[in-house]
Every structure is written in structure tokens, then in C-alpha cells.
Design a protein around this ligand. Sequence first.
Ligand code: WT7
Length: 645
Amino acid sequence: MTDDTLYPVPDAWARHARIDAAKRTALYDAAAADPTRFWLDQAQRLDWLVPPTVADESSFDEGDFGIRWFGDGRLNVAVNCTDRHLASRGGDTALIWEPDDPAGTPRRFTFLELHQHVCRFANVLKDQGVAKGDRVTIYMPMIPEAAFAVLACARIGAIHSVVFGGFSPEALAGRIIDCDSKLVVTADIGRRGGKTIPLKANVDAAAERAPSLETVIVVRTAHDVVPMTSRDIWYDEATALVSDSCPAEPMDAEDPLFILYTSGSTGKPKGVLHTSGGYLLWAALTHEWCFDQRPGDIWWCAADIGWVTGHTYILYGPLANGITTVMYEGLPNWPDASRIWQVIDRHKVTTVFTAPTALRALMKDGDDFVNATDRSSLRLLGTVGEPINPEAWRWYHAVVGEGRCPIIDTWWQTETGGAMIAPMPGATSLKPGSATLPLPGIVPQLVDEKGAVLDGATEGNLVITRSWPGQMRTVWGDHDRFFQTYFTTYPGKYFTGDGCRRDADGYYWITGRVDDVINVSGHRMGTAEVESALVLHPKVAEAAVVGMPHDVKGQGIYAYVTLNAGEAASDDLRQTLRSWVRTEIGPIATPDAIQFAPGLPKTRSGKIMRRILRKIAEGDTSSLGDTSTLADPAVVDDLVANRVA
Ligand code: WT7
């Protein structure tokens, strides 16, 4: 699986990059010598109302636990993304929107126009009574109004909670209720790959379960009118009535900016909270360090704003840096596998940032779809979300980038706010499949199960020993869960949940999650969530879910289901359960394989031995290990015999 071939920094990059090897060394040295000075210097890249005089005041220890950065600084995040560019480049393009339908018309917004749209919507929110600290749920397709809504919240100090448009009404309702949000911004419908998604109807369904919801603002994208209720307001009508200027709310660096729900190994999704100063600094800094962006670049992060990648690298990072950002409504391979490359040609994209799962899917369709396009505008390629297999890496490098574009494989998490382990294109030699080296100021360690620190070339669990500005601050409404989840496995350290190998050159190779989280197409799914959805079905007695290898998705979802007495297993029921989970959570949670199991392998104390279930799902049945501690070792034979291929 691994490939140790070294791809040195191309000459042109070594000569022209903003950060070359010498500058990178200087950054590492400065970060190590005087972290406070280092971070305060870096923080100067933002526009502060009151510049901070303190940097890191965090502690990972139980006694004085807390994450806090730039505590006495004051700023407004939206001002940093629009206002401060107006004098120098108000007429430059801030946002290019590419529609799902290739025959549709792209929309372009200058920084000034973006600013005006944001102000208008900020005024609409204020008219609806939204004030600093209130939560606003954004359930939107990938249209410019989603960006306006996010930045409008930042402008008035409201906390946005973007919920991916692929989530079900059930999942949306849970996220509205958890943060007690009173207002949802949505659209009549969403469009992806030529299909429509009934977003407004989903909000209506969610509203029945979420009594806190008072107002729904609806962007009109279609001619067919969706039914409106007394709760609903049309976006276009409301924004037409308000001014295009709106004062920005002065915020403390530690005032919340957004909540983003993500799956963990247990329980319901957690509301990851990020705050204003540290998060924005980390977004802007990593965007520049990893991608060497400068004015004139056309940057395209092909993620959805429903995920952290979209927050940090479609919106906050590039806009804070004054870079043109592309927002694409559709899928990379619709109408065909040329689409992603056609969009690059159409907008002269200089850097594209996407997920290995998309590359694997495109690769399957063959090189002709790539070769039919020009791509000469590209100078850099990025990847994120899951380990990239060397084969996909080499294809991306050789076929897509024609050998001239470095590949920036960024390892990070919703919790980290921005990239943590990643190359700098002018300074880092690359190895296919490795996210390479920690960024300046990031201090990772590999530890064994007991927490002993492992040195040199080794493999272990990845922890981070010092805070960084983009670190999440808490789990919304449950600070104790934040501490328990991340800081108790290895006391005094942040535990990422990832396994990792470090080679003799100090390069990091993420090997995948070591907890009960699976990574499906670069999206995180908690096995417990899928299990809870399955057991809600009246015919299901018990369910256990594990990951299985999947050649496009990276990991697929494998579910073992025990039916209630008297219920018969059938292919029909399998289909029913698949669509049941789709409806409960969303299409991304649909099980790829369902195995009906009369019993699950449990210890005498009733704990399911997932290790065995994982092995069977992987097809690795020759080495199931010790099964003698099971209450009923015979269930294993049945599971092996009836494995779903
Ligand atoms: C998990 C975080 C990072 C934003 C998108 C996903 C895996 C992420 C990589 C990478 C290997 C990666 C990890 C991590 N992951 N990037 N470049 N190489 N693994 O964010 O949903 O919070 O998931 O994604 O397992 O823990 P997320």
C-alpha cells in the first residue's frame, strides 16, 4: 500500500514559492523558540479592532482545562473576509459560482458585491430579531446565498450551524434542537447531479419535531413555488427591503463563530464549536502555507459547505486572504467524468482541492475524460478527508497534473479547524500517500495503547501535545463531553482518534481511525449512529456496524442485524432497512452490506467484540484471534459462513 518514492520540490516552486525550505525552517525555529511571539506575529495578518497581547492560554489538564487563544483581542470575522479588501481590491472577483447544470450561467461576485450581499442578509437577520450569540441553522444547497448567510451570521455575531443538505429531516431536527436555533435558512430545492433535493419540504418536516424553530428564510431558485407557511419568508423579498450596509459586531477573539455537528464513536453527533480569532487565523494561515495562494489565483475547494472543509477552505481561509474562491453546486462526475476538469478550464482554476474518493471514482472512468480537457491553468493539487492510496495519488499527479503540480495532502479534522499535517509546496518533498510533516507550531506525538511515547520510525496513535489556534473550544452544551472525548485517553494530550505511522524521514502516514468512527467517502460516520437508526426499525432486535474496505468510498458500511423473533430475513427486508437508514440519517449513511445474524459475538459480560466483526467484514476470517472468551463461540462460525460478499 505504501510508496516511498520521493517527489522533490519542482525547481519553479523552489524558486518562486512564498515559503521555500529555508523560510519553512525559520518558521519551525521561531515557533519552537518563542511560541507566544510566533503566534502573536502570525496573528498580525488579521485585521483586529484590538490586537491581542496574549496568545495561547490553553491547558489540556483536568485541573485548569480549557482552550483559549488571543484572549484580549477583538475583531469581526466577516470584516476580515470582505471589508478589509474593499480599498485595495473591491473590484476583484471574490466568489465564482458554477451551477450544477453545465448549460447554466455562472455567477460572479466582486469583494464589494459580496460585501453588499452579506450586509443585506445581515440586516434581514437583525430584522428577524437575531442577535449576537443566537444560533442560526443553515441548510442550503451550494449556492452563493449560502456563503452570504454564513458571513452575515459572522457579521452580526450570530453563531452559524451549517447542516449538510444531504441530511434527512430527522437529522436536521436533531441539530436544530441541540443548539436551540430559532431560525433556519434554506432554499426551495437543491440541485445535484441533475436531481433535485426537497430542502424546504425537509425543513417543514423537521419543524414538526423542533418546536424552537420560529422562522425559515427560503431562497427561491426554481419557478415552481413551494408551499409557504406563516413561519416562512422569501429571501429575495426580505433582502430587497433592507440596506446594503450593516455595522459589524465587535467580537472577542473567543466569542463563538460556528457550530458544526460531527460524528463520534458514541452517542449522537457532537456540536463542535469554533471561535472567532484563533479559527480565522488558522484558516487563513494554513490556506497560505499549504497552498501558496496569492491574488490572481483562482482557488477551488470542491467540498460542500456542510463540512468543515467547506467552512475553512471555500469560505473563511481564501476570503480572509483575498483570494477568488470557486463554489460549485454539483458533482465532480456529472454529466460525465470530464465535468470537474471542464470547470477548471472554464474558470482557469489554479488550485483544486478535493477528496481521494472523488479521484478514485474519476480514475475508474479512464484517462480520456481528463485528456479531453486542457487544465493548463492548474499549478497545485490538493486532497483531504481520508488517506489517499498511492495509486490515486500517482494518477492525480501524472494524469491530472501532468507531472507539474505538487500534491498537497492535508491531514486534519473538524476539531482542528484547518490543516495540521501537510506539505508546503515550495519546501516539502512529497511521498504518495503521506500527509508529510506537521505544520509550524503543531506538535504531534505517536503513543502506544498505554500512552508511552514512541520515538523515531514507528507506528502508534496520533496525539497533539500543545494547543493551536484553530483547535475546537468545546462541544456545544457539553463541555465535559469535550474533555472526556479528547483528553482522557492520554491525559494531558489531545487524542485525534487516528492511527499513524512515522517513517525514518519523519513523514506521517495516517492509517485510519482507531475508534468506532468510519470514513465513508471522506465523510465521518459514527457506527453508533447507524446502529441506533437500525434498531429503531420494528423488526430489528439488535445491530452492530463496522467499516469494510470499499474501492471507491475508502470504507463502506457493513451492518450485522439480528431480527426480532419470528421475523424472516429476506432481500426485501435488506432493501427496506437500507432505505430506512437513508431516511433516518441521510444517503451517506446507507449500509453497503447487511448481514442477518442470529447472534452477535459477545463477551460473557455482554460486550460486542467488534474486532471479530471488523475482520469478518474485511473478509479476513483466517485470523479471528482468541474467541474463547465469547459467551457463545459458535455464533462466529455462523457469521463467517454467511458473510455478505
Ligand atoms: C478524519 C476527520 C479534514 C476535513 C475533512 C474530514 C481522516 C482527514 C485525512 C488525510 C488521512 C485523513 C482522519 C480524520 N482524514 N484528512 N489527508 N489523510 N486521513 O474531516 O469529518 O472531521 O474527519 O478524516 O481519519 O480523523 P472529519
